[in-house]
Design a protein around this ligand. Structure first.
Ligand code: ZN
Length: 133
C-alpha cells in the first residue's frame, strides 16, 4: 500500500458533523458527494496528506444506518491507497482475505474501491482504493 488515504467516520447527521469537524480540524470541508451504489452521502476534509471522510446514510436500511444502529457513530473504516486495486485484490484474496466484492466499485472522491471483510482483519473494515486517472 502507498498510505492511509482516509479514515471513514459514520455519522447520523452530516450537516451537523461537517460543522463539528470544520471546528475540530480548523479547515473547511472541500467536497460533499453522494455515492448511489453505497446509499451514502459523504463529506471530505483534508489536513496535509491526511483525509477524513464523514458518511451519512441516505436510506434507513443503508449500510451506514445499520452500522450506527449496531455500534453507534464512530470510526467506520480505514482506507488504504494502493497502486493497482486489481493486483492488490488478487494478492489479498490469495492470502485468504475475504473481499466484499468481486470487482472494484466506483467510490467517493474519484476512487475505485473494494472492502475487505472485517472478520479477517481484527474487526477493522478496510477499504482499498485507487485513484481513477
Ligand atoms: Zn472511504
Amino acid at each position: 500500500m502507498k498510505k492511509i488515504e482516509h479514515i471513514g467516520i459514520a455519522v447520523k447527521n452530516l450537516e451537523a458533523s461537517i460543522f463539528l469537524f470544520e471546528k475540530l480540524l480548523n479547515t473547511t470541508c472541500y467536497k460533499t458527494e453522494e455515492v448511489e451504489n453505497e446509499k451514502v452521502k459523504t463529506a471530505f476534509f483534508k489536513q496535509g496528506e491526511t483525509k477524513i471522510e464523514l458518511l451519512e446514510s441516505l436510506e434507513i436500511d443503508g449500510v451506514i444506518a445499520k452500522y450506527i444502529d449496531k455500534k453507534g457513530e464512530g470510526v467506520h473504516h480505514i482506507a488504504l491507497e494502493v497502486e493497482s486495486i486489481n493486483e492488490e485484490m488478487a494478492r489479498l484474496k490469495n492470502e485468504g482475505f475475504v473481499l466484499l466484492s468481486e470487482h472494484p466499485k466506483k467510490g467517493a472522491d474519484n476512487k475505485m474501491v473494494c472492502f475487505l471483510h472485517p472478520k479477517g482483519t481484527n474487526g477493522v473494515l478496510i477499504e482499498l482504493c485507487e485513484e481513477i486517472k
